[in-house]
Write a protein that binds this ligand. Sequence first.
Ligand code: PLP
Length: 256
Amino acid sequence: MSSESGQDQKIDVMLGLKKVLSQIEGAVARRSKALPQVMPRLVAVSKIKPASLIVEAYEAGQRHFGENYVNELADKASDPVILEKCKDIKWHFIGHLQTNKINKLLSSPQLYMIQTVHSEKLADNLNKQWPKYRKNEEKLPVFVQINTSAEEAKNGIEPSETTRVVKHVLENCPNLDFKGLMTIGMYDYDVTKITNPDFLCLVKCRQEVCENLNLNINEVELSMGMSGDFEQAIELGATTVRVGSVIFGARPPKPW
Ligand SMILES: *Cc1c(COP(=O)(O)O)cnc(C)c1O
């Protein structure tokens, strides 16, 4: 059977997941003992992939899923099949969040965390809106996104602003639960040859923010690493990795 959409290629999601989980274990074993010994959380990035593959991954045991467009997350989170078959799914928002999309995102069923808080203003808005949507007085877990590669087009705060923004969240946003730092960084380092400088930068940001604000380093997470480099990210201290294509298959070439 041929297909114009390229979707006919059978993706073995369960096999992909198994492989990634065993690579994660291997990387944890190689991680420096000086780093917080947190078992990394795998966020399966399902963007542009159909609900059927999400259900497959869920049934193989995966619980955390990531999307980088609000509309897509909201649609998938409300999909009747996902609501029925994936009751304990945990959605992570990992894209650029615009003010006019906040309500749509916060009202999505099973929203678990927002990894991309990129300004004090966005933090304030989320803090203000969350009480309308939350259940049981729970705070909304957030990561602060750092632009570690200093690229104009990338979102996130400058590394030097980390302490200021984290302090703002801690002191002025009682409805948010600051959980750590996240970077997307540049995609095309050959991590077999060099250590990804974005990872080193995020590790340094955490070190500094913990010293400056007297935070426990074991409780400040690092979200870094994708399909091509999640093992190195874990070796350097990642506690959350966001992995898409090696689980769900390649996406069409587009700068996602
Ligand atoms: C798409 C995406 C990923 C996953 O990328 P893969 O290379 O497919 O693993 C991770 N993080 C963000 C923010 C993304 O947009």
